[in-house]
Design a protein around this ligand. Structure first.
Ligand code: HEM
Length: 467
């Protein structure tokens, strides 16, 4: 059996054990090292690397459209089912976790209006209030923990634009109500079990083992409770008792459910809430912290950014209109999201019937292929020889063709029909909060030898190790 496993994809290089058994992958993932190992393997073997019995990582940006393109027919890998919520003995699919393309398309269409660039502007006021609270908290401190503060900020901001009320993390400086822990439990669960989704199903979604099922269900319960509470508030509003000027995401989902009753039935809305809550917190916080880290590490870049903000009279909390088109700020964020990506493993897709030739190699149907943004972003052919260097200037060039190639290879928000639906909101939040912090405070590192590992792993300690 082990030899049969190995021979299935023997042309693809990679760690020997990975070809024989998925235990190798499971072990690395359990220890938060899979990302590091896949990156090492790409450096050693090239753009195609095997990291599991049927799993292939590809770092060649040329394959992005093949694997993630809208008509490509590559459905998401079985590993995503580990993310399915579970309530009352039933799986609750979310945007991220559903493998059913029809269900995904219907759900995504039903909520698309709530995430457009125009809709994101409606959430600006929720974000402003939260930035204000963050600045007040920071002003009271002589030193602050960047990791925690950005996290409390994104948790409160996302709770505001999702449910219309903050969690209170910034005020308490802790994980109020344990929501962050629930998100992390869900991601840890994903990380632990994505190598063996069929065992996960057997253990956690089997009525015989119901007590164990609490792990993937925690967030489902929170989302369901929020939904119940808000439905009664919306009903009260309709009676004229509670006038809400700007609808939050949940209210928009409830509105949209009238037009899309099938996609956005109760489990559909719960699934959307789960995707939004877990998609918005840790990811945005870690990118903000990483960008500030790179600015501190590169004082010349920080100085240039400050000069751009100064010359555009950006002080206090800027409006999105003021900062959305600033070229250097754009370049800093794009570059920050190139050198730092939170994802810990390739975004897995399954080769459709008949197999496919990808990156010059034929893969039989059923093979899991995927790109890990961290690996793709190190493509020297696209980004140049200095791929490991944080250099926003690479995005400020005249050469349109080169810019197009870099844009096409940027996977910070993934690509294709399952790309990040929250990216407009994330960009709005980041483009406002980073200038607000650096223009109000002179942020300096409290240690001489600041490393990314001191900033990021505490955010993502359950699912990735940074060195
Ligand atoms: C800088 C911050 C963010 C980054 C780097 C990021 C990154 C990503 C990536 C890489 C994916 C694809 C995951 C996969 O296929 O495995 C994704 C999907 C998703 N993200 Fe984000 N995200 C961010 C912020 C947000 C925010 C603020 C929200 C919600 C308001 C959000 C909601 C989602 C949802 C719902 C999906 C699933 C989309 C689908 O499957 O159709 N994300 N994100």
């Amino acid at each position: 059996r082990l030899v049969a496993n190995w021979s299935r994809l023997r042309k693809a290089p990679g760690p020997i054990l990975a070809g024989f058994t998925d235990l190798w992958r499971a072990y690395q993932q359990y220890n938060g090292r899979l990302r590091e190992k896949v990156l090492e393997s790409h450096a050693r073997y090239g753009p195609v690397v095997r990291y599991g019995v049927r799993c292939i990582s590809i770092s060649d940006p040329g394959v992005i459209n093949v694997v993630y393109g809208s008509r490509a027919g590559f459905v998401t890998g079985d590993s995503y089912t580990v993310l399915l919520g579970h309530q009352n003995g039933k799986d609750i699919a979310s945007l991220v976790s559903t493998r059913d393309e029809k269900q995904h398309g219907a759900l995504r269409r039903s909520v698309a209006n709530a995430f457009t660039a125009t809709a994101a502007l409606d959430y600006e006021k929720w974000i402003d209030v939260t930035i204000e609270e963050l600045l007040v908290s920071l002003a009271k401190k002589s030193t602050f923990d960047l990791t925690s503060m950005t996290l409390w900020y994104t948790m409160d901001a996302s709770a505001r634009f999702t449910f219309g009320a903050p969690l209170g993390c910034l005020l308490a400086e802790e994980d109020v109500d344990g929501l962050l822990q629930l998100i992390r439990d869900r991601l840890t669960h994903w990380s632990r079990w994505s190598s063996y989704p069929w065992i996960e199903r057997l253990v956690y979604r089997n009525p015989i083992f119901t007590p164990l099922a609490s792990n993937p269900s925690g967030m489902t319960a929170v989302a369901a409770a929020s939904l119940k509470e808000r439905v009664s508030q919306v009903a009260a509003r309709r009676d004229g008792k509670d006038a809400r000027v700007t609808p939050d995401l949940l209210e928009r989902f409830l509105e949209a459910s009238k037009d899309f009753p099938k996609a956005l039935d109760e489990p559909g809305i719960i699934g959307m809430l789960m995707s939004t809550i877990s998609g918005a917190g840790d990811t945005t916080a870690s990118v903000i912290a990483a960008v500030i880290f790179y600015l501190l590490k590169h004082p010349a870049v920080l100085k240039k950014l400050e000069a751009e903000l100064e010359s555009n009279s950006i002080h206090g909390i800027p409006t999105f209109a003021e900062v959305s088109k600033l070229p250097y700020l754009n370049a800093v964020l794009k570059e920050g999201m190139r050198v730092f990506t939170p994802g810990t493993h390739p975004m897995e897709r399954v080769v459709p019937t008949g197999g496919a030739v990808i990156a010059g190699m034929h893969f039989p149907e059923g093979t899991t292929v995927g790109c890990m943004p961290a690996a793709v972003h190190l493509s020297k052919g696209v980004f140049g020889d200095d791929v490991h260097v944080f250099r926003p200037e690479r995005w400020l060039i005249e050469d349109r063709e080169q810019l197009r190639r870099m844009e096409a290879a940027h996977m910070g928000f993934s690509r294709g029909r399952r790309n990040c639906i929250g990216q407009n909101i994330a960009m709005l939040s980041m483009k406002k909060v980073i200038p607000a912090i650096i223009m109000k405070f002179k942020v300096i590192s409290s240690t001489q030898t600041l490393r990314l590992s001191q900033i990021v792993p505490r955010l993502l300690r359950y699912w990735v190790r940074y060195t």
